[in-house]
Design a protein around this ligand. Structure first.
Ligand code: NAD
Length: 499
């Protein structure tokens, strides 16, 4: 068993600055109004750094820098940009442990997840878009005997990007890699809960980029995010966060006719058909593992399988086995490499999850396990830990309909295929879903009928860069990952030439 030293203690692979200003035009710039806010770690609750509190003036300065760099960066060749993206990927890989510990300390997630998933996915994302941009071609069509149409993909210019706190580094990679590959410059606002990880990332990759190509403005949603999303000086707003915030972002951007991509919330169903339990074999075991994915990243995943639908004929046994499996998921110090569930990312999130557990109890859902703040003692006693929680109830209940964003799954039974699909689709969201069946036809049909942008069949929670990801219904607009992402960061220039 290995345990990383906490930042600030002897032997740590990370050293934070005492304070982080904004990163604008390749250098650190203090906030125009001089205000800072405290940044605590969810692991122990202690404050470890302070962060510049951004306002419209800071956003403006960052937009100046991004505009200043846009022309030159937009005119680099695809090969040049690909080389930079590959260098970024290499640097992240070379600094994997430091970045993983930085993210864990700030977000509360298990370091094993950061090491095994978040950061390798971020690395792959940069490499994928480096490859995709080199392979991109324009088009030529002969329109008439002496008239030719040339089509060129061109960058949009300066893009505004606003990200959440649940996967700070991966969300930054999802935003920056396609935007930079496409030739845009960016102003990115990290979540107020997890800005320091982004600055540790910039300390690793910042010198690879010309000044102004990537600018980071810290701060809160209304104070720093709103001026960015409302600015006439951005050509696009890319947002990941809550559905309610997504509505506001779209409203702000619409004033300026600026396009948006929105990656929003979810209430993803995980459907277990009866044939899953036909044998107690590796497939059954994998399905049980798939059930426990609701607690991955403390449930702070937009595609968290927070509703489990189990076919009636196997319901009691499957739920009993799944509960046993859930109780075995190891919760502890996130810096311990054996830990599988860490701390909720903030006190606000801790309170929200506990409030929903209370709501579930009051509306009559049966608490199967968990349902309380986890007291881990010692140096972790000030941390924000919640035990993985299973509720049993009805799909109409709030704990089935509303995004909790914690390690809480609401379980219901279904009778047949139609019942499963109907219940799965009975939600305002449509981000992710899981389908488990040994029968290819059942799995395929369910996968096609579920209204969600991503359906995992006989697996859950993988995010390869080359698989399109995004929401149906209230879960978003547009796609991330995959080369289709370039369409969201480029526009088509047509030259119609007479010869
Ligand atoms: P949030 O909407 O509260 O905040 C997200 C970001 O928006 C933060 O940077 C915040 O400062 C900013 N923001 C808040 N109000 C704003 C405003 N009025 N104007 C401009 N910016 C504003 O979301 P969160 O709590 O940080 O993140 C959790 C949510 O993100 C969940 O709903 C989750 O499902 C969603 N999420 C979605 C995806 C996806 O790909 N679909 C991925 C991760 C997280």
């Amino acid at each position: 068993m290995a345990k990383y030293a906490a930042p600030g203690r002897a032997g740590s692979v990370v050293s934070y600055r005492e304070r982080y200003d904004h990163f604008i035009g390749g250098e650190y710039v203090p906030p125009a109004r001089g205000d800072y806010f405290a940044n605590p770690t969810p692991v122990t609750g202690e404050v470890f750094t302070e962060i510049a509190r951004g306002t419209a003036e800071d956003v403006d300065r960052a937009l100046d820098a991004a505009h200043g760099a846009a022309r030159a960066w937009g005119r680099t060749s695809a090969a040049e940009r690909a080389n930079v993206l590959n260098e970024i990927a290499d640097r992240i890989e070379d600094n994997l442990e430091a970045l993983a510990v930085a993210e864990t300390w700030e977000n509360g997630k298990p370091v094993r997840e950061a090491l095994a998933a978040d950061l390798p996915l971020a690395v792959d994302h940069f490499r994928y878009f480096a490859g995709v941009i080199r392979a991109q071609e324009g088009g030529i069509s002969q329109i008439g005997e002496d008239l030719v149409a040339y089509h060129f993909p061109e960058p949009l210019g300066v893009v505004g990007q606003i990200i959440p706190w649940n996967f700070p580094l991966l969300m930054a990679a999802w935003k920056l890699a396609p935007a930079l590959a496409a030739g845009n410059t960016a102003v990115l606002k990290p979540a107020e809960q997890t800005p320091a990880s982004i600055h540790v990332l910039m300390s690793v990759i910042g010198d690879l980029l010309p000044p102004g190509v990537v600018n980071i403005v810290n701060g809160f949603g209304v104070e720093a995010g709103r001026p960015l999303a409302s600015s006439r000086r951005v050509a696009k707003v890319a947002f990941t966060g809550e559905t309610a915030t997504g509505r506001l972002i779209m409203r702000y951007a619409s004033e300026n006719l600026v396009p948006v991509t929105l990656e929003l919330g979810g209430k993803s169903p995980n459907i277990f058909f009866a044939d899953v339990a036909a044998r107690r074999d590796a497939f059954y075991d994998k399905a049980l593992e798939g059930f426990t994915m609701f607690a991955l990243n403390q449930g702070e995943v937009c595609t968290c399988p927070s509703r489990a639908l189990i076919q009636s004929s196997i319901y009691d046994q499957f739920l009993a086995d799944a509960t046993e499996r859930t109780k075995a998921v190891r919760q502890g110090n996130p810096l311990d490499t054996e830990t599988m569930i860490g701390a909720q990312a903030s006190t606000g999130q801790l309170e929200k999850v506990l409030a929903y557990i209370d709501i579930g109890k009051r509306e009559g859902a049966r608490l199967v396990c968990g349902g309380e703040r986890a007291e881990l003692g010692g140096e972790l006693s000030g941390g924000y830990y919640v035990t993985p929680t299973i509720f049993e109830g009805d799909n109409k209940m709030r704990v089935f309909q509303e995004e909790i964003f914690g390690p809480v799954v609401s379980v219901a039974r279904f009778d047949d295929f139609d019942d499963a699909v109907k219940t799965a689709n009975d939600t305002p969201y449509g981000l992710g879903a899981g389908v488990w069946s040994r029968d290819g036809g059942t799995a395929y049909r369910a996968g096609r009928e579920i209204q969600a942008g991503r359906v995992w069949v006989n697996n859950y929670h993988s995010y390869p860069a080359h698989a399109a990801f995004g929401g149906y219904k209230q879960s978003g607009i547009g796609r991330e990952n995959h080369r289709v992402m370039l369409d969201h960061y480029q526009q088509t220039k047509n030259l119609l030439v007479s010869y």
